[in-house]
Write a protein that binds this ligand. Structure first.
Ligand SMILES: NC(=O)c1ccc[n+]([C@@H]2O[C@H](COP(=O)([O-])OP(=O)(O)OC[C@H]3O[C@@H](n4cnc5c(N)ncnc54)[C@H](O)[C@@H]3O)[C@@H](O)[C@H]2O)c1
Length: 278
């Protein structure tokens, strides 16, 4: 492939200009992407949004509430995205209103990124054995079932196929100390990705779980002794380092392109290899 020397924008479409003067649309030019999960510039969703935009996609971005809006706008302004939608998935009707806004503005959707998680602090800090029914259900609702609901609402908008992505963690597969009830919740999320991939595959809608190594984000700061998890990943991952949100974004952008058309239903690690170490 020729080295990419410059990106330029014509209207809302990003083009790539190569050294030999050839200009072609970026791989996701004209694609519409809904990004759920930016809290600030450190969010995994912020890295994914930047990579999807760089690859040419147009973005719609949600924010949790009024307090969060200015932090989200600080990110979206740099991404040339002015389509912001309020969304708290716990609020009845909010997800339907979010998709109605997408339908009204675009009439279709090509890419969905679900990058949200929540568990009540007391349950997150307790053993799984001690987790409360209510805490477990809240964590499942926000962190897992919301992805299923988004897939359902995205399905009729992805008439030409599409890509659904969510963000998981190694704790879905192994009992990771202090990850507690998020382990079973992420396991359910990964199983949901497989079910959705199987069900929507015939419509050319693909589903993926991206599984990053630990990163210091706001959500991660809620996990007890998260700094120890970070140190372990730094010391024991084959790469001896943490990953960046740009690296996670690069994977998300790849999965959304036609280059990944043959892939669906998988859990894709981007963790400097931490998951392969015994
Ligand atoms: N940071 C890590 O180490 C790490 C590793 C693997 C997976 N993940 C996963 O990545 C995803 C994104 O987390 P992050 O680390 O970028 O943290 P973050 O705090 O930046 O993002 C979490 C997002 O979830 C949103 N959210 C929470 N409750 C919501 C609700 N009710 N409705 C709508 N949005 C809601 C928040 O507004 C925030 O934007 C999560 O699913 C997390 O479990 C994180």
């Amino acid at each position: 492939m020729r080295p990419n020397v410059a990106s330029r924008r014509l209207g809302s479409v990003i083009f790539r200009r190569y050294r030999d003067g050839m200009t072609i649309p970026a791989p996701l030019a004209g694609k519409k992407a809904l990004i759920v999960g930016i809290a600030n510039g450190q969010s995994i969703a912020a890295g994914c949004a930047a990579a999807l935009r760089e690859a040419g996609a147009e973005l719609a971005v949600t924010y949790l509430n009024e307090k969060a809006e200015k932090h989200v706008r600080a990110v979206t302004e740099k991404l040339d995205a002015d389509f912001l939608i309020p969304l708290d998935v716990r609020e009845p009707g909010a997800l339907e209103r979010c998709f109605a806004a997408v339908t009204e503005r675009w009439g279709r959707l090509d890419i969905l990124l679900h990058s949200i998680a929540f568990a009540p602090r007391a349950d997150l800090h307790a053993r799984v054995t001690d987790s409360s029914r209510d805490g477990f259900l809240q964590a499942m609702d926000v962190s897992c079932h919301s992805f299923i609901r988004m897939a359902k609402l995205a399905e009729p908008l992805m008439r030409d196929g599409g890509t659904l992505m969510t963000v998981s963690f190694y704790g879905a597969e192994k009992a990771v100390e202090n990850y507690n009830l998020m382990g079973p919740v992420k396991a359910a999320l990964e199983a949901s990705v497989r079910a959705i991939a199987a069900e929507l595959g015939p419509k050319n809608i693909r589903a993926h779980a991206i599984s990053p190594g630990p990163l210091l984000t706001r959500a991660a700061s809620g996990i007890d002794r998260f700094d120890e998890l970070v140190e372990r990943a730094k010391e024991h991952s084959p790469g001896r380092r943490l990953v960046t949100i740009a690296e996670i974004g690069a994977l998300a952008a790849f999965l959304a392109t036609d280059a990944a058309a043959g892939m669906t239903g998988g859990v894709h690690y981007v963790d400097a290899g931490y998951n392969i170490v015994g």
